[in-house]
Design a protein around this ligand. Structure first.
Ligand code: FAD
Length: 325
């Protein structure tokens, strides 16, 4: 059954995030000959339309307005509502990011539609789309289908595969003049103060080197940063390490932190509490370094190294430098 899928492009710091390409690829696969369109909402965003076309969008709806330069809940919701009314899709894909998680339920309520959140897999069963999503903090998975009508779906980054872009593909760009008077917005973002972060974005990283309370200090994290530099990886942390003041909460992975699914997750001095596993257990390959052979992290690890991280990590860094640098 052919269907029309609309993908809301997920933008951060003026760039299209990888999850957008993953959503477009999935959209092409399940459209079954139907339409794949994309929505670009923000300010000075039309320039990204070509890129969305390269990943499979046939039509790109653009709402480009100054009040939307930063994410504002009412403004984005109004803009996306206008796009949906114009495009009339069967399914709307949004990233399971801060923006997607905020805007999807608002729109689902406005359209009296069903919503499935944080999906990691899509299958078809006859005419139905069946979505897999983790439950109980990642301990189990459930399959969900919405029978009729418009569907809002938020997609967990780094789970669906993305196609190679085809630069010969073009899209029909439709600019929508949605009225968003500044005084209609209940919240206004006046200024965004960005944290200066070292290196790779954690939520999109392919490799993560992560540290726990076993790292023992902020200086200890420098040892992990050196390994991360050699691997081109991001550095993450357990809440134990954040609570102890060794690193910033922006680095926290887990139930109350970021959910990550890198190709390789190297856990150093992390015990493996259920709340930490909730944020990383879907990583493709997990390596654990811990001096306690009974640490629960070894139950989810593909490779385990029992040892002192301050001996093991520098050794790994030196050996990897020989082959990678
Ligand atoms: P610990 O449990 O203290 O483990 C430290 C580990 O380091 C030990 O296994 C030890 O053997 C090892 N170690 C020590 N020294 C060395 C060394 N030199 N070399 C190698 N290994 C060494 N936690 C999260 O991570 N993320 C969350 O999002 C999160 N959310 C939570 C939400 C709630 C509601 C609650 C109640 C808790 C949450 N927690 C979360 C906390 C979680 O329960 C654990 O307390 C936390 O994950 C422990 O962090 P840790 O593994 O770094 O520390």
């Amino acid at each position: 059954m052919s269907r029309h899928i609309l993908v809301l492009a997920d933008l951060r710091n003026g760039k299209v995030r990888n999850v957008t390409f993953e959503m477009l690829t999935a959209a092409v696969n399940i459209a079954d000959g139907g339409e794949v369109s994309a929505a670009l909402i923000g300010h000075d965003v039309a320039k990204h339309a070509d890129l969305l076309a390269h990943y499979g969008a046939n039509r790109v709806f653009v709402v480009d307005q100054e009040p939307l330069a930063n994410y504002v809940p009412d403004g984005y919701a109004n803009a996306l509502e206008a796009v949906i009314k114009e495009a009339n899709p069967d399914v709307v894909f949004l990233a399971h990011s801060a923006i997607g998680r905020d805007v999807a339920p608002k729109l689902a309520a406005r359209f009296d539609a069903g919503q499935v959140s944080d999906i990691i897999k899509i299958e078809t069963n006859g005419d139905q789309l069946v979505f897999t999503r983790p439950i109980y903090a990642g301990k189990a998975f459930t399959k969900v289908a919405i029978k009729d009508g418009l569907k809002f779906v938020t997609v967990r980054p780094n789970n669906l595969s993305k196609t190679e872009p085809d630069s010969s593909r073009t899209a029909n760009v439709v600019s929508l003049n949605v009225q968003i008077p500044a005084d209609s917005l209940r919240t206004l973002v006046k200024e965004v103060v960005r944290k200066s972060t070292q290196g790779v974005d954690l939520s999109e990283a392919k490799i993560i080197v992560s540290g726990g309370r076993g790292v023992k200090s902020a200086e200890g994290f420098q040892v992990l940063q050196e390994l991360a530099n050699v691997l081109g990886a991001a550095v993450g942390a357990s809440r134990g390490a954040c609570d102890a003041g060794y690193c910033d909460y922006a680095m926290q992975i887990g139930q109350t932190g970021k959910v990550v699914t890198p190709d390789l997750y190297i856990a150093c001095g992390i015990s493996g509490a259920i709340q930490h596993l909730a944020g990383m257990s879907n990583s493709k390959v997990i390596v654990a370094i811990n001096k306690d052979p009974e640490a629960p992290i070894f139950k989810v690890a593909d490779y385990g190294i029992v040892g002192d991280l301050f001996q093991v990590v520098p050794l790994l860094t030196e050996e990897l430098k020989k082959v990678l640098v």
